[in-house]
Design a protein around this ligand. Sequence first.
Ligand SMILES: C[C@H](O)[C@H](O)[C@H]1CNC2=NC(N)=NC(=O)C2=N1
Length: 98
Amino acid sequence: MTEKLSDTARKTMLTPLQETGWAMVDGRDAIHKEFKFKSFIEAFGFMTRAAIWAEKWNHHPEWSNVYNRVEVVLTTHEVDGLSALDVKLARKMDSLTE
Ligand SMILES: C[C@H](O)[C@H](O)[C@H]1CNC2=NC(N)=NC(=O)C2=N1
């Protein structure tokens, strides 16, 4: 059963993500990050690679793409807030840009 991140988990798990550009969404228990790429094709390729992991983990982002930018919001709808799955997917997305 997916659970909301505890307060202590938030401190230990979200702090490193803030260092890579993730931030809380105002008014939502969710995190967001804008990824910027050299081109539309690079942005779309990132989305394709991330989509494979999202499908594998059955945990999907709320995201939009404008040209070379991808805006990503992560939250867990089942618990109406952040869970470990959001942290996992955020870390994976960061790794897919390297
Ligand atoms: C039925 C399906 O397993 C659920 O709707 C999954 C799909 N992907 C999901 N993605 C996210 N971000 N949160 C969820 O609660 C969620 N639930």
